[in-house]
Each structure stands twice: as C-alpha cells, then as structure tokens.
Design a protein around this ligand. Structure first.
Ligand SMILES: [Zn+2]
Length: 223
C-alpha cells in the first residue's frame, strides 16, 4: 500500500537568504552537513517515483545525499529515502545512478554550449596559456577519453598549480565538441563567472559518483 507523503514542504533557506549558495543541508545517509549545492537533491513525483533535481530548485520537499557512491548506495540500501519522504518509494540503485549521471552530463554539456556562445570558455592549449586569458581561468576541463599520450603532451598540472586553477575530468571529446558546435574537443578552459561555477559544481558531482568513498565536499561542523 502506498503511504501518503507529508504535505509539508521544506522551508528553503534560500528564499530568505541573499546568497543561496550558503544554504546548508544534511545528507540523509551519513547525516553530515554540507553546502546544498555540493549534494544531490531528490524530490518525489506524484507517482512516488524518486527524481533527481539537477538544479536543486524543484518545488516540494527534497532529500539530499552526498555525491559519492558510498552515501548514495547507503541511502538506497538503508531506505533513507522512505524515511525522508515518509512513504514507500521504489528505488532501483543502478537505474537511479544512471539517471543522475545522465542528467548531470546533460546539464554540463548544455551549460558548456551556453558558456562558449557567451565567450565564457576558451578552447585549445595555446589559447588557454595566453597571458590575457590565463588569469581569468577558473577551471580546465579535460575530456575523460583523452589518450595517455595527449594527457602527457598537454600536461596542465604545473599550469593549474601556478595559476590556482582547477583541473577537472569531463565528458567525452565527441560530446564536448558537439556541445560547442565544433569538432572533437579534448580541452576546454572555463573563465571565471556564474556559468562556470554551475559547470564546475555539476562536474564535481558527476566525477565523484564514479569514485566510491571519495568525498568532494567539505563537512560543515555543527559545533
Ligand atoms: Zn553523506
């Protein structure tokens, strides 16, 4: 029998806070507190299906889980979603994980396309290292299917360290290329700005779902 879901909506701190990024939420698996945007937010559809809320703004009650395989798996195994939504929710771990990754990847690619149109990202190794550009870079995204040879040739480690730039792994060369409306693209530099913040946030969550046990977010102590 399906149980009714509590009609109470969560009270979003973000509505009253000027800076919604500072909203804190508790992971339903490990019970630790993190910044909401580093977590995965889920809502429940009218048919009691769990839906990943990629932008974190869907109305209604939400449940938050760390973007790592351990907390995500524990939340499903220990039926934390049922407790959180006070109802019986059907959850298939593998399907849910695949849908989370797919939605994050879609969001990353859409925003990369927008950023490219808006001149907020730069393509090509030479361009990235130009002085006029390099100081504006927030992160460098490398396609996940770059060959070891390309990785060695590119060698952005030192550059990123020197410039205090994040180095992130992203979708495939083909997908990145498509999203920018050009051919296969292995490396993209994101310039500092709101859209890049969004892409980085999605990339971190997308990456860390692949790495069991690794923690991307910093716990916020309650004390
Ligand atoms: Zn957690």
């Amino acid at each position: 029998m399906k149980m009714a879901i509590s009609p109470e909506d969560e009270h979003e701190q973000s509505e009253t806070q000027a800076d919604e990024r500072s909203a804190l939420r508790i992971c339903i698996a490990c019970r630790k507190t993190y910044e909401a945007e580093s977590l995965l937010r889920f809502v429940v559809s009218p048919s009691l299906e769990l839906v990943f809320d990629v932008k974190g703004i869907a109305p209604g009650r939400g449940a938050y889980v760390c973007a790592n395989a351990v907390c995500f798996q524990n939340a499903v195994k220990k039926r934390a979603f049922n407790r959180s939504f006070k109802g019986s929710i059907l959850v298939d771990y593998e399907n849910l994980k695949a849908s989370v990754k797919e939605r994050l990847q879609k969001s990353i690619l859409e925003n990369l396309g927008l950023a490219f149109c808006a001149g907020q990202c730069v393509v090509g190794r030479t361009k990235v290292q130009e002085d006029s550009v390099s100081d504006k870079i927030k992160a460098i995204v490398m396609a996940c299917d770059l060959s070891t040879r390309s990785l060695n040739e590119l060698d952005f480690d030192e550059f990123c360290l020197k410039k205090n730039v994040m180095l992130l792994s992203g979708p495939s060369k083909n997908l990145i290329g498509q999203s920018l409306g050009r051919s296969v693209t292995g490396v993209v530099a994101l310039l500092k700005g709101r859209i890049s913040d969004r892409i980085v946030c999605d990339l971190l969550r997308w990456q860390f779902l692949n790495n069991p046990g690794e923690q991307m977010n910093e716990e916020i102590s309650n004390g």
